[in-house]
Design a protein around this ligand. Structure first.
Ligand SMILES: [Zn+2]
Ligand SMILES: [Zn+2]
Length: 276
């Protein structure tokens, strides 16, 4: 599977996924022109997008969704809560509502959604799975990485996971106290410490690519996150590629393949029933 973070952070989020001829965006925090420009940076064509899947209604994740969907005639996949809390023009914009905690298919990709804790109406994180069983997890804007989310994101081949702020930088920084409190709450954003605790639990035998996303521009620094992530990886003994997603440009193209070759196909339902 090809994955490209096109931009990550509170100034805009968009992640490109492609496998077996199906291309989708997860989140669309940039307008059509900027999204197209960043896709060109990684050699991809906006015209080939099949859908936009949205994590939640915050502006940095949804700002470009409506205009891209209308311009290219592709649907936005979102939860009912996200739709109701957004200002998407339902009469003019193609959209598909998916129930949270469900799996749905877009072309050759399966998307597994799981509810997250964040100050949004019905936010989700995703595992995107290709035909050969390659699984890539993406989760940002989490106040807290609860057990269902950690379990959901285990056994991935690639993981894109929030490491939003350094707690000391946030505490000492210039944000008003109310905003600091919101960010630190269970419905805010993941601190580096909490992120690494979760990552340590999610690093499995399959994980090949780890990318830390949605870093705060004001209350974090790439070098802090990189050091902490390297220490976390070292503790697990895993051999994997580490990246930090950029805000103002595409971070590059990841080609994520399953280490162990294609996963064994899931037996069709009902086979066991036939034995009785
Ligand atoms: Zn965000
Ligand atoms: Zn958010």
């Amino acid at each position: 599977m090809i994955v490209a973070p096109l931009g990550s952070g509170s100034a805009g989020n968009a992640y490109y996924f492609e496998s077996d001829g199906t291309s989708i965006l997860v989140d669309a925090g940039f307008g059509p022109r900027e999204t197209k420009r960043r896709l060109v940076q990684v050699g991809r064509d906006i015209e080939k997008l099949r859908a936009i899947v949205v994590t939640h209604e915050h502006y940095d994740h949804i700002r470009g969704a409506g205009s891209i969907a209308r311009k290219y005639g592709i649907p936005i996949y979102l939860t009912q809560g996200t739709l109701d809390a957004s200002d998407i023009d339902r009469a003019e914009t193609p959209y598909v509502v998916f129930p949270n905690d469900s799996t749905f298919a877009i072309g050759e990709l399966n998307v597994h959604a799981r509810r997250t804790l964040h100050d949004a109406a019905d936010p989700a994180c995703f595992v995107i799975e290709s035909r050969d069983g390659t699984r890539v997890g993406l989760a940002s804007d989490l106040g807290y990485a609860d057990e269902p989310v950690v379990q959901h994101l285990r056994q991935c081949d690639g993981l894109f996971f929030e490491s939003n702020h350094d707690l000391d930088m946030l505490r000492m920084g210039t944000y008003p106290w109310s905003l600091k409190r919101r960010i630190m709450s269970r419905f805010g954003h993941l601190s580096n410490d909490d992120s690494m605790l979760a990552v340590q639990r999610m690093i499995g035998a399959d994980l090949k690519t780890l990318c830390m996303i949605h870093l705060s521009q004001k209350n974090n620094h790439e070098s802090i996150v990189r050091d902490m992530a390297l220490r976390t990886i070292a503790r697990t003994g895993a051999q994997l590629e580490l990246s930090i997603a950029q805000q103002f440009q595409a971070t590059g193209l990841f080609d994520i393949k399953r280490r162990g070759g294609p996963r064994a196909p899931v037996p069709p339902r009902g086979v066991q029933m036939a034995l009785f």
